[in-house]
Design a protein around this ligand. Structure first.
Ligand code: SF4
Length: 371
């Protein structure tokens, strides 16, 4: 059983080129403890029987995160999810996250079966960057190197020169800028602005946004900081400029998690999807984690700091996809091969430049960097 909820968050730039039209998400009903235990036991058995491994994102339900770790899978950000799935011996990958993550897994592991608990779990950044419109945007600017965020469809990646994640975006654009290249960036405008500010690169931006991170509010965060002067403020760079300016640490989900576990501070204000608090609590028990303020809970839950599409991942979906082979991801050729090129370019860069990627300065605002 689930409830279908509509989201209407159309936003367009001056040319109308970038918009996220109406979308919807199905929110699973809460489970009783007995039902949860039963489904977890079935999922465990099916994962073993089907030679499958569960690869989960930090933002999905805590039960799925626990199941992934208890059964030899992983809980991580989108980059590590794709790498883990590619390198794991299992022939079936169950990807608990949103659709572009399943597609990335399939692009990197075409010989494996990639299943998702719910194929309708998507992302406002992906929805807001339709491949045809994006191709026209690229065609209009042939002098620019096309760099796209991981949160895009396989078809958009197929048109790109580079894919980046939030953990390596600054280092890669800095590298391109040093070579004198001008960048066409898509789709997240806030992350694009953050990268441009930190690299000085000439970046032409697609105007997409994440409906979760875009809702964090600078004024309210300022008030919260005053109430908790000892708290370290952790912000994902998909957030608006004013929110990023108030941060002590800016970084990817993994970098924010590392900031909590590696800091002596006791209290943290966290401005990213609240699904990550589950793993933060497990890895840093005893620390106080406060959710950064959003516009407030609305009727559509648009402002509740939790991605409605990540929330579609449920234990029942894991059982169903394994039991019935539902939710299989396919990426047709030549799209897969074309998209593989930009992902491999990033993975090769990260492998060749591990120091550049992992330096705290890449993920930390320069005036703090202490966490
Ligand atoms: S949290 Fe935002 S960026 Fe992540 S999947 Fe949801 S809509 Fe997309």
């Amino acid at each position: 059983m689930s409830e279908q909820i509509l989201y209407d968050f159309t936003k367009q730039d001056a040319t109308g080129a970038s918009c996220t039209s109406q979308a919807w998400a199905k929110v699973p009903e809460p489970l009783t403890p007995a039902r949860r235990d039963e489904l977890k036991a079935r999922a465990r058995r099916l994962l073993a029987e089907r030679n499958a491994v569960l690869v989960a994102h930090y933002y999905v339900d805590g039960d799925l995160q626990d199941l992934a770790l208890e059964t030899g899978g992983c809980v991580s950000d989108s980059l590590e999810m794709a790498r883990f799935g590619r390198d794991h011996a299992a022939q079936t990958l169950v990807v608990a996250g949103v659709r572009f993550m399943g597609e990335s897994a399939k692009i990197l592991s075409p010989e494996k079966t990639v299943l998702m608990p719910d194929l309708d779990a998507t992302c406002s950044l992906d929805l807001g960057c339709p491949p045809e419109d994006f191709a026209a945007f690229c065609d209009a600017h042939p002098d620019r190197t096309v760099v796209v965020y991981a949160n895009t469809s396989a078809a958009v990646k197929a048109r790109a020169d580079w894919m980046v994640t939030s953990s390596c975006a600054v280092a890669i654009v800095e590298h391109l800028h040093a070579q004198g290249q001008k960048v066409l960036w898509a789709p997240d405008r806030h992350l694009g602005r953050y990268i441009a500010e930190h690299t000085g690169a000439d970046m032409l931006m697609w105007q997409g946004e994440c409906i979760v991170h875009d809702e964090f509010k600078g004024l309210e965060l300022e008030l919260m900081k005053k109430e908790h002067p000892d708290a370290l403020v952790l912000v994902h760079p998909e957030s608006p400029k004013r929110v990023v300016e108030l941060a002590d640490v800016v970084g990817s989900t993994s970098q924010l998690l590392n900031a909590v576990t590696g800091s002596d501070r006791q209290t943290f204000i966290v401005a990213t999807d609240n699904g990550i608090l589950h793993r933060m609590r497990q890895l840093a028990p005893g620390k106080t984690l406060l959710e950064a303020p959003t516009a407030g809970n609305s009727a559509t839950c648009k402002s509740c700091a939790h991605c409605p599409w990540m929330a579609m991942n449920a234990l029942q979906g894991v059982v169903d996809c394994l039991e019935h082979g539902r939710g299989a991801i396919t990426v047709p050729e030549p799209t897969r091969t074309q998209a593989l090129g930009c992902i491999e370019r990033m993975l090769d860069f990260v492998k060749a430049n591990p120091g550049a990627i992992s330096q705290p300065a890449r993920g930390f605002v320069p005036n703090i960097g202490a966490a």
